[in-house]
Design a binder for this molecule. Structure first.
Ligand SMILES: [Zn+2]
Length: 304
């Protein structure tokens, strides 16, 4: 996994050898399981995406449907890259929650009928015959950003058939006591607002989606921006990374709204500076992060 990259002579004594990671020595698979789609990436040892694939999952898919799709997708990726044979270390899954990362159980994926208390990590490990790491989609996503960019405090805001936030605090993913941190879409922004899938009223997600579905992207973006300012006032991060297919399509509108809100609505914005960007990993961010989590779990690979 490492190779000599040279020697460093430091005056007297034996020269010190310098090593580098051999990025092609190990690979990991990352999976992003959304409500109707599966995205897979093949990642090398330092977390770079070698290849990716995308497929639609059956409507109201079951755990067995997902495992079959994952097995087929992983076989297609590895067959296309035969040099990965014998070098795969595991599969990371980033999935819609709520779920329990420590126990590997999907607790209650909103809007998915067959996903209540499903021990997905162990089922997938048995079906795929590899170690599996399960995390919430947004946490896998923020892991990708935090790990690659060496952030100390950051949030990844994802808008993709729902809204969530991955939190990266003090240089590590923050999952909370029940892996339930980041249910950002289900914080209320409008008392007595429209009913939400979670059972409350006026959640950020349902208020945002109502505007977006009506074609008012500007207002939807302002709703999201208000939620982000609330989040900044709660956890004080200095990097906000925007992601998710529904946001990327109109990233110009969202970036403008969030930057404006950060400037105008954060008290003392001159001092509480926040960098707002769109993820450079695009649609791969969650799957890539899930693969990085497997590599980090297995090897504790330092920042690439
Ligand atoms: Zn809700």
């Amino acid at each position: 996994m490492v190779a000599v990259a040279g020697v460093r002579r430091q005056g007297v004594g034996k020269p010190a050898s310098i090593y580098r990671l051999v990025r092609t020595s190990r690979y990991a698979i990352g999976a992003h399981v959304a409500r109707s789609t599966l995205r897979l990436v093949l990642s090398d040892l330092v977390g770079a995406v070698v290849d990716s694939s995308f497929s639609r999952l059956p409507t109201d898919f079951t755990p067995a449907d997902l495992l079959a799709a994952m097995r087929a997708g992983i076989a297609a990726l590895t067959n296309a890259h035969p040099f990965t044979e014998g070098k795969l270390v595991g599969v990371g899954i980033g999935m819609v929650g709520p779920l329990d990362h420590a126990q590997g159980i999907v607790r209650d994926a909103h809007r998915l009928r067959h996903w209540h208390d499903v021990p997905l990590r162990d089922q997938a490990a048995a079906a795929l015959e590899m170690p599996v790491f399960l995390d919430k989609d947004v946490t896998a996503g923020v892991f990708a950003e935090g790990w690659r960019q060496g952030f100390r405090d950051a949030a990844l805001i994802m808008v993709e058939s729902g809204i969530g936030a991955g939190l990266w605090l003090g240089g590590a993913a923050h999952r909370g006591a029940h892996t339930n941190a980041g249910e950002f879409g289900h914080t209320v922004v409008q008392l007595n607002g429209p009913a939400c899938v979670c059972g409350r009223r006026g959640c950020l997600e349902v208020v945002h989606d109502t505007a977006a579905d009506a074609g008012d992207v500007e207002f939807a973006a302002r709703v999201l921006a208000t939620g982000i300012v609330n989040l900044l006032q709660t956890v004080d991060v200095d990097h906000v990374v925007l992601a998710g297919a529904d946001l990327i399509r109109r990233s110009d509108v969202y970036v403008a709204a969030v930057r404006e809100a950060v400037l105008l609505e954060v008290p003392r914005a001159d001092w509480l500076t926040v960098e707002v960007t769109v993820s450079e990993l695009g649609a791969d961010v969650v799957a890539a992060g899930a693969a990085m989590e497997v590599l980090n779990e297995r090897f504790g690979v330092p920042h690439a």
